[in-house]
Design a protein around this ligand. Structure first.
Ligand SMILES: [Zn+2]
Length: 207
């Protein structure tokens, strides 16, 4: 059983909030996932804080709201999981050089319209969408959906990649676009170990 604590141990390697949201499911690069840190609405809120999508006061308000409206929280959590499914259906094909389904893109458009309907434009160095006054249970998903649209409309699509060792997706920000692993500490090290063992085996076979 996953807990909110597991959520806050997730490595944020996606370089984009929407990709990090997809990466809340773990497992091998192909085939079904084998683990999921999102097990309920409290974990969704904890992930939101961990990933920088929610402030701590916003999370406290959402936890309170989810206690007074458990059915609403359950529905918002189901919606979060189906959002993650269609984001996966958009970004996983793109990472493999393919095209996302039009059905998934239509769902993203609808959710983005809903998200912006609850947002305000706030000025910093430029204007940006913020969801400070959004007191709905869907609040954790708003910036996730918006990050997905930004990545699709303003990002470099060929920088969206899948890790060679696990199912994590990431936005490759390396200068020469050479990133292959979610993290050198995890899959990168596992790959280096695999190569080291194979090279040693070859040497001992020759000897
Ligand atoms: Zn990996």
């Amino acid at each position: 059983m996953e807990t909110a604590e597991d959520v806050t141990r997730m490595h944020l390697v996606g370089g984009n909030l929407a990709l990090d949201f997809v990466n809340t499911r773990t497992g091998p690069p192909v085939g079904p996932s084998d683990d999921d840190v999102l097990t309920g609405y409290p974990e969704l809120v904890a992930w939101g804080v961990h990933a920088g999508a929610l402030t701590e006061p916003e999370a406290t308000a959402l936890r309170r709201l989810s206690h007074t409206d458990p059915d609403g929280a359950h529905a918002a959590f189901s919606r979060a999981l189906s959002t993650r499914d269609y984001l996966d259906e958009i970004f996983r094909p793109l990472a493999a050089g393919g095209a996302p389904s039009t059905a998934a893109l239509a769902r993203l458009r609808d959710d983005e319209a809903d998200a912006l309907g609850h947002a305000q434009l706030e000025v910093g160095s430029t204007f940006a969408w913020v969801w400070r006054d959004d007191q709905t249970l869907a609040r954790p998903l708003r910036p996730v959906v918006h990050a997905a649209v930004q990545l699709l409309t303003a990002g470099a699509l060929d920088r969206i990649k899948g890790c060679g060792g696990c199912r994590f997706l990431f936005h490759d920000e390396s200068k020469n676009r050479s990133r292959r692993w979610c993290s050198m500490d995890d899959c990168g090290t596992a790959e280096k170990m695999r190569r080291y063992v194979a090279a040693r085996r070859r040497r001992s076979e020759k000897a």
